[in-house]
Design a protein around this ligand. Structure first.
Ligand code: SIN
Length: 501
């Protein structure tokens, strides 16, 4: 079987949905989702979308400066300016598609603050259900569009490379059995993050670095892979075996929560006396790491005991309910937290239109490295990055589709299908990444990890297997290798990348 389309969107998070919806309805779009349409990291986002909703140059400058400061000033300044200046139009388009954000009784948007922001500029929806609400409203729109076909339970295995080196669609596997090509004039990677590369993550566990793996195999430029962001406050549950960790939004600290160590001492004054708990994430995660080390524990606490439980329940309904299930009442109890993998700040290199270095291949959202994050992403800039660059990418594709043609037609070689169990390999990769390529890194640990990953990769490539689990494991190890190699190359500490020899 073969399918043909104008645009193939790989991934169904906010960036993929927004790209598909902004493609001119006269063009045919196929969107593939690895699981259900609604399984994505965007769905899990709690905090919100950072945006200055006006043309005040002083406020634009302040968002620009905060983004650079959080990214240790190695961000691409042109990309950051584009992000900040195009926030308003992207949010307006989002609202046109049915997204809504919390407002006060005077119909004004309620704004909050998170780490690294010099004032309140974060829109939220349903209190702490920003990602869910925003993504859900777009999903409803998408399903109503006649030019968009959604194929669920389908993983992209590899990108199709035409004879002249362009991207021409993808080889896919539906329901782990039906293998076919989708030929596309334009292909968009919107595959999200890399959470499953690590032993614990706030991500949906379907985030296996697929876009990075495929882009690397087709020869696209990948950059800034050493900058893996660890969220400071994932819920810590002593007996839980789950690799997926529940996020406790930074917006809670934005509304006044503090951090204390296991001796119930507040500690951020030692690390960032001015910004305290609202320092950028790299600073807070590294401070927590140090406190855990000094107190011989594997967690600290988020303290909300000075805040009104009724306010907390209304403002953070998702978090309130989840921690209650574990026996903690916000506003009364200390809640145990520890950092874990949250966001890849680097990824597949793109220009301001989401275009990669491979012709006819775009990347949007977390898989992309648009240059806006530098060495550490500013809180709530990720959903903004999704919509701003999805909009610019779809605008450019709409123009190019007028004249572009389907590329030639290489076939994927037929591979065996073995029911192998890749879980032990994945566990080994996660353990090494947590131990040696986590918040703190050194030459010895990175070198050891690189040799383990190189061996795993060699073994995998020797026995290709036409299953979802094989390709996911291959993408996990490729992503892990790229992170480790980049971390080895960068000898100085900067942003999320902390080298202590
Ligand atoms: C959070 O709510 O703390 C996470 C949002 C983000 O990653 O920016």
């Amino acid at each position: 079987m073969e399918r043909y389309t104008d645009v193939l969107v790989i991934g169904s998070g906010l960036a993929g949905l927004f790209t598909a919806l902004n493609i001119d309805p006269k063009y045919k779009v196929i969107m593939i989702a690895k699981e259900h349409l609604q399984n994505s990291n965007s769905m899990l986002a709690q905090g919100g979308i950072a945006a200055e909703l006006n043309n005040d140059p002083i406020l634009h400058e302040s968002h620009f400066e905060d983004t650079l400061k959080a990214g240790s000033f190695i961000n691409d300044k042109q990309a950051v300016k584009y992000l900040v200046d195009n926030a308003l139009v992207a949010i307006e388009t989002l609202v046109k598609f049915g997204a809504h954000f919390d407002k006060d009784e005077k119909n004004q948007y309620l704004l909050t603050k998170e780490g690294g922001h010099s004032h309140k500029r974060i829109l939220h929806s349903g209190g702490d259900a920003s990602g869910y609400n925003t993504t859900k409203s777009l999903t409803d729109d998408l399903l109503a569009r006649e030019n968009i076909q959604v194929i669920e339970n389908t993983i992209a295995l590899d990108l199709i490379r035409s004879k002249d080196g362009k991207c021409a669609g993808a080889f896919v596997l539906e329901n782990d059995e039906l293998h076919y090509s989708i030929h596309a004039k334009m292909t968009v990677l919107a595959t999200g993050g890399i959470g499953s590369v690590y032993g614990s993550t706030t991500n949906d566990l379907s985030a296996t670095g697929d876009g990075i793996g495929m882009a690397h195999r087709i020869g696209a430029r990948i950059r800034d892979m050493e900058f893996v962001q660890f969220h400071p406050t994932a819920l810590y549950l002593e007996d839980s075996k789950s690799r997926r960790r529940f996020l406790i939004t930074e917006a809670l600290r934005g509304e006044g929560a503090t951090l204390v160590n296991v001796e119930e001492q507040r500690f951020m004054q030692k690390y960032d006396p001015e910004r305290m708990e609202l320092a950028p994430r790299d600073v807070v995660s590294q401070a927590i790491y140090r406190e855990m080390y000094d107190t011989w524990t594997d967690h600290v606490y988020i303290d909300t005991r000075h805040l009104d439980p009724k306010f907390l329940e209304k403002r953070f309904p998702t978090v309130f309910k989840r921690v209650k299930e574990e026996g903690y009442i916000m506003g009364i109890d200390l809640i145990p937290v520890a950092p874990c993998e949250h966001f890849m700040c680097g990824g597949v290199y793109t220009d301001l239109q989401g275009k990669t270095t491979v012709e006819n291949l775009y990347a949007v959202g977390e898989v992309a490295s648009s240059g806006v994050h530098g060495a550490n992403r500013l809180a709530s800039n990720s959903l903004l990055e999704c919509i701003v660059f999805a909009l610019s990418a779809s605008k450019q594709m709409n123009e190019l589709l007028e004249t572009s043609k389907l590329q030639s037609d290489p076939k994927m070689e037929v591979l065996p299908q073995y029911n192998y169990n890749y879980k032990p390999i994945r566990k080994k990769i996660g353990d090494y990444m947590d131990e040696h390529v986590g918040i703190v890194r050194n030459t010895k640990g990175l070198t050891l990890t690189k040799s383990v990953l190189d061996q795993i990769s060699k073994n995998l490539l020797k026995s290709p297997n036409l299953t979802r689990h094989y390709y996911e494991t291959l993408n996990i190890v490729t992503t892990a290798q790229l992170i480790t190699e980049a971390a080895l190359r960068r000898e100085e500490s900067i942003g999320c990348h902390l080298r202590i020899e």
